[in-house]
Design a protein around this ligand. Structure first.
Ligand code: DAT
Ligand code: MG
Length: 138
């Protein structure tokens, strides 16, 4: 089995779209192996978004991601789960995301694009360890 990290961002929680988003992953055949509603602070966001620290949009990203609770989850599938999730999320900018994807169906702004999914096997392991350090490795 293969796992990846998903975050339903503050806009998804505020808009009541957590069930829709997680339901899509479940209906696809992925399984939730960990999930918790959490408030993310600057420090954990700096670890999670390490590759973006210092970029022009970083401060806005932190302000957005910490403005309310998020649903952090680890989901599991047979293989390439990170890629399955990324395909279901759609492009980073919802304006470019295909209809039928989460961002394509529910988003209009790159700054509030509803969902995070790890972008590689390595990112998935690294990110899952940040949020669920006690979760047993698959
Ligand atoms: P993704 O979330 O698709 O992996 P990313 O890792 O490049 O995208 O960026 C992380 C988040 O930062 C993204 O979901 C939204 C925000 N972001 C990225 N590029 C941005 C930009 N040019 N302007 C504003 N926000 C941006
Ligand atoms: Mg990313």
């Amino acid at each position: 089995m293969d796992r990846t990290l998903v975050i339903c961002k503050p806009d998804a929680v505020e808009r009541g779209l957590v069930g829709e988003i997680i339901g899509r992953f479940e209906r696809k055949g992925l399984r939730i192996v960990a999930a918790e509603l959490r408030a993310l602070d600057r420090d954990v966001l700096a670890r999670h978004y390490a590759e973006h620290v210092g970029k022009g949009f970083y401060d806005d990203l932190v302000a957005f991601m910490s403005r309310g609770p998020v649903l952090v989850a680890v989901v599991e599938g047979p293989e390439d789960t990170w890629s399955v999730v990324r395909q279901m999320m759609g492009a980073t900018n919802p304006m470019n995301a295909s209809a039928g994807t989460i961002r394509g169906d529910f988003g209009t702004m790159v700054t509030e694009n509803l969902v995070h999914g790890s972008d590689s096997v390595e990112s998935a392991r690294r990110e899952a360890a940040i949020f669920f350090p006690d979760l047993q490795q698959e």
